[in-house]
Design a protein around this ligand. Structure first.
Ligand SMILES: NC(=O)c1ccc[n+]([C@@H]2O[C@H](COP(=O)([O-])OP(=O)(O)OC[C@H]3O[C@@H](n4cnc5c(N)ncnc54)[C@H](OP(=O)(O)O)[C@@H]3O)[C@@H](O)[C@H]2O)c1
Length: 269
């Protein structure tokens, strides 16, 4: 699938960052895209921009933590654009902080979006994917390989979806469904400006220096290429490749580097 002409791509978290970048990239390669996220206005802006460029896009306000929203979004996509070929379970955010500063509810909130949101997306689209022998794309993270201090909820959620991707890859292969795990390092987006309750703090500075962040468009291009080739996994950014390599092959060295770096993630305010 080098071009996506005639294909329908369903993306959760399409109102900003990687999801919006993917919508533009898929649409640029001929796909019709359905975008789901909570902020209706932002979604409509992305969809309108794609339509103005000659593409087909549908903005469907919805929350991946709410029962029924995804089933409704799938029905609207099928009736508005046609049967779904590619599903991108991308919606996510980060709950950060030291264990003692957090409560069980913080972990639950993290899992509701990043883990159960991905599962809800998978259940809601499975019949479509079976029919199209399509592709399920799951957004993991470099945090699915290493759990940095003060980021345990986020890392736990990403370890979980990496496990889901691995299990489903074998489970769904007999149905002709490919599962592609995307493992980004630092990519330009709003994720580090979103607080532990999922609200954007637009004025907060991004704690990751600009030179370390890959431009969204470039990341989206690499992800779409991996989807076209139905690759099992694509690690995005060279620092992420190095970090995953060190975490996998030299876990003690990596742990001591992390400990010594005294990295600490704080909520944006
Ligand atoms: N950027 C990075 O450096 C990086 C690194 C590793 C992994 N990732 C992963 O990449 C994915 C996309 O994140 P991003 O970096 O592009 O961040 P982002 O710019 O903050 O985008 C997150 C998207 O998820 C949506 N979302 C959040 N909660 C939702 C919910 N309950 N229901 C529906 N949509 C929801 C947001 O839209 P609304 O607020 O409008 O709902 C937004 O469109 C995430 O899974 C993230 O963990 C990103």
């Amino acid at each position: 699938m080098r071009t996506f002409t005639g294909k329908v791509v369903f993306i959760t978290g399409g109102s900003s960052g990687i999801g919006a970048g993917l919508a533009r990239e898929f649409a640029g390669r001929g796909a019709s895209v359905a975008l789901v996220a909570r902020r209706a206005e932002r979604l409509r802006t992305v969809a309108a921009e794609i339509r103005a460029g000659g593409g087909h896009a549908l903005a469907i306000p919805g929350d991946v933590t709410r029962e029924g929203d995804l089933e409704r979004a799938v029905a609207l996509t099928a009736s508005g654009l046609g049967p779904i070929d590619v599903v991108v379970a991308n919606a996510g955010f980060g709950v950060v902080g030291a264990l003692e500063a957090l409560r069980i509810d913080d972990y639950r909130r993290q899992f509701e979006t990043n883990v159960f949101g991905v599962l809800r997306t998978t259940y809601a689209t499975l019949a479509e994917l079976r029919r199209s022998r399509g592709t399920l794309v799951i957004l993991g993270s470099v945090s699915a390989y290493m759990a940095a201090p003060t980021a345990s909820p986020y890392a736990m959620s990403k370890f979980a979806v990496r496990a889901l991707a691995e299990a489903l890859r074998s489970e769904l292969a007999p149905h002709g469904i490919a599962v592609v795990l995307i493992t980004p390092g630092f990519v330009e987006s709003e994720i580090r400006l979103v607080d532990n309750r999922g609200h954007l703090r637009a004025d907060a500075p991004d704690p990751v220096p600009h030179w370390l962040r890959m431009p969204t468009k470039r990341a989206a291009r690499q992800i779409v290429r991996a989807v076209a080739r139905r690759r099992r996994e694509r690690i995005i950014t060279s620092h992420a490749k190095l970090a995953v390599f060190l975490a996998r092959h030299t876990p003690r060295l990596w742990a001591s580097l992390v400990r010594r770096s005294r990295v600490s993630r704080r909520e944006p305010f």
